[in-house]
Design a protein around this ligand. Structure first.
Ligand code: GLN
Length: 191
């Protein structure tokens, strides 16, 4: 079992740290040739505009989009969620566009740039969520809502894709990654 973590910008080390604690082999994806024989994909937080641009420049955009469309389990946090979203309400660009939701970037405004909140996460229970200049999901369509904080949707699942507005990799609670690893194991041809 091998999980690829997009490592061109942003908080990829933190995901690696958690997945390693769970005993999972990780590979940092820095160029197109790194994308091979993956059982899962992590798109980390950071700056979605920069990440989207680099995906094109490094020729990773098409192979990554194809793998996600073909069903590769994908965990996307914050900027990663923006990369997956089919619509971004306050940006004219669409990146991978594989997740049928509409997100709003930097949606909490300047004053509330960064905050923590404990709330229910479907199938897990109370989870402390860390938000950093986060988006939220304005329209979740047919996706399954996994978490809502202050009436705003902050986590969804759609088939093989999980999109989170917050950063589970910044805390010590491993349960969301555990759930994702389980998904990867169940769909892996390599285990
Ligand atoms: N504000 C960033 C963006 O729009 C996302 C922030 C994050 O990933 N923590 O891409």
């Amino acid at each position: 079992m091998k999980i690829g973590i997009l490592a061109v910008q942003g908080a990829f080390i933190e995901h690696e740290r958690i997945l390693s604690q769970l005993g999972v082999e990780c590979v940092e994806l820095r160029q197109a040739s790194d994308i091979s024989e993956l059982d899962g994909l992590v798109l980390p937080g950071g700056e979605s505009t920069v990440q989207g641009k680099l995906l094109h420049e490094l020729n990773m955009f098409e192979p990554m989009k194809q793998l996600i469309t073909d069903g590769l389990p994908t965990l996307a946090t914050c900027a990663g969620l923006i990369l997956l979203a089919e619509h971004i309400s306050n940006d004219s660009i669409v990146h991978l566009g594989t997740l049928p939701v509409r997100v709003k970037r930097n949606a909490y405004g300047r004053q509330l740039g960064s905050f923590r909140k404990k709330d229910n996460f479907k199938g897990i229970g109370e989870f402390e969520m860390t938000f950093i200049r986060a988006p939220y999901i304005e329209f979740a369509g047919t996706t399954e809502v996994l978490a809502t904080v202050d009436e705003r949707i902050v986590a969804v699942k759609h088939k093989n894709q999980i999109g989170l507005a917050f950063h589970p990799e910044l805390g010590e609670d491993l349960r969301i990654h555990q759930m994702f690893v389980k998904m990867c194991k169940e769909s892996s041809p390599h285990n």
